[in-house]
Design a protein around this ligand. Structure first.
Ligand SMILES: [Zn+2]
Ligand SMILES: [Zn+2]
Length: 249
């Protein structure tokens, strides 16, 4: 696939136009990252992590399979070039790894919210195992578990703060129509993580490239070392906002 097709773009409701960011200026840096992953066999290239057992690239070739990685080449206010990097979602249960940009929410708040509710959901799951199929009791507990999961998702989405290059902020719910659900994992792809970090740290984006690394996904639509455009279902609705103000810098 020609690299220039792997564009990062989105419609901005505020400007009524499409904002986009080139991929070509980031290709060489992405290839450097591939070489580092290959050479180090883990994702902490400076040896500073507190979770050395969790950051091996072996993880990408097992049950969990591979994932997307991304780089954003940007310019600091003094004109110096800088490359920042991201992995999509969590890496083997970790949101934060030294040298990689953080997610769009406070990680401490995330675990504070998740842990107690997840514990309750698991407890309900265990209770369900001992109930007669089709019983009223089972139906009631199933409904309770469903409601708890939905509330948890909603609260998790509320933790996300998106920043753009016009110094504006918004939440995920601001960008998705009320009736349309927010897909799981929205905001966790590399492009939103990288753009959000750049916007918060006065970095001017020049190029963004995303590639897959590890064992192919189950549907075999992703292969190691190949560049892919930003996804349409999760990133499509939020990239317009995140890229807004990019040229005015
Ligand atoms: Zn995406
Ligand atoms: Zn705009």
């Amino acid at each position: 696939m020609p690299c220039s097709d792997a564009l990062c773009r989105g419609f901005c409701r505020h400007c009524g136009s499409v904002h986009s960011l080139a991929v070509d200026p980031a290709i060489a840096e992405a290839q450097k990252l591939m070489q580092l992953l290959d050479a180090h066999k883990q994702i902490d290239f400076d040896g500073q992590t507190i979770n050395p057992e969790k950051i091996c690239t072996d993880f990408l070739y097992g049950e969990a399979r591979g994932k997307m990685f991304g780089v954003l080449v940007c310019e600091k206010t003094d004109g110096e070039q800088l490359t920042i990097k991201a992995f999509s979602g969590q890496y083997n249960g970790l949101w934060d790894v030294v040298g990689w940009v953080p997610p769009l929410f406070d990680v401490h708040d995330f675990w504070q919210l998740l842990n107690p509710i997840e514990k309750k959901i698991k407890e309900l799951g265990r209770r369900l195992e001992n109930m007669a199929d089709g019983s009223t009791e089972q139906g009631r507990v199933k409904q309770l578990r469903k409601e708890l999961s939905q509330t948890l998702m909603k609260k998790i989405h509320e933790l996300y703060r998106l920043h753009n290059f016009k110094k504006q902020q918004c939440s995920l719910t601001d960008l998705f129509p009320q009736k349309q659900g927010i897909p799981t994992g929205t905001g966790d792809c590399c492009a939103p993580k990288l753009l959000n970090y750049a916007a918060r740290n006065q970095l001017k984006p020049i190029g963004l490239a995303e590639f897959y690394w590890g064992k192919s996904n189950r549907s075999a639509t992703r292969s190691q070392g190949i560049f892919y455009p930003a996804c349409t279902s999760k990133c499509g609705p939020i990239l317009g906002f995140l890229l807004c103000g990019i040229k005015e810098l």
